[in-house]
Design a protein around this ligand. Sequence first.
Ligand code: GLP
Length: 261
Amino acid sequence: MEVIIMPTEEKATLLASKLIAAQIRRKPASTLGLATGRTMENLYAVLAEMHRNEGLDFSLCRSFNLDEYIGLPEEDPNTYRSYMNKHLFSKVNIDIRNTHLPHGNAPDLDLECEQYEKRMKECGGIDLQLLGIGRSGHIGFNEPLSSLASRTRAKALTPVTIEQNAPLFPRPEDMPKRALTMGVGTILEARRILMLATGAEKADIIAKAVEGPITSMVSATALQLHPKCTVIVDDAAAEKLQGKDYYHWIFQNEPEWADYR
Ligand code: GLP
């Protein structure tokens, strides 16, 4: 795992965007694993700007999102499908038919999850998986105790997650209490993983995820098992990390990061 600490949220978001853009330029037909949440809104705005100003080309990309709420009709403004259409898909030249999210209102959820995994495989697997982190330590909606080998499935949301996300609903009590999510095992199969976390409220969970022991109580700790995982944080989210000096040294000195300093 590599940890990169940028001084501000803006710079952290820009670096993550540049890494995604580099992936798309290196392999125009990339399969991207995408995430939602407040943190990603700024990142998608930067990607849209790169599309407009630098011609970043999404036309051959395919995408699979991590998760979706159960029980909302697809066109509901609170679905992650609506979020993705609004923040990214309508702003870049991705073919909407190549964008995938699990259908949270499918009549047979187990079958939907099975087919979602199948579609991912048919597309050659995820080249780059983007991740945020929830206050419960979840990646996707893999709440505490999610098996580190779990696959796409339905998951009940914890009170911490409901408290975190309910304010995004016009009527907080309408937030679904269950979601479909890629499993931890599914996520770990991506060829490369990029986690972005910003703000002081993420400092405790980032310290646990990066430097704590691997445990299903904090799903994000499973990323320590991945051979190519980069965690980008701003100063505020890095506050509780023990190894800050070492992480700074790596970013400033390793040739791999020369183009991004
Ligand atoms: C939701 C998503 C997660 C995401 C999290 C972070 O819960 N299911 O995949 O990591 O939000 O949210 P935010 O960026 O708003 O802190």
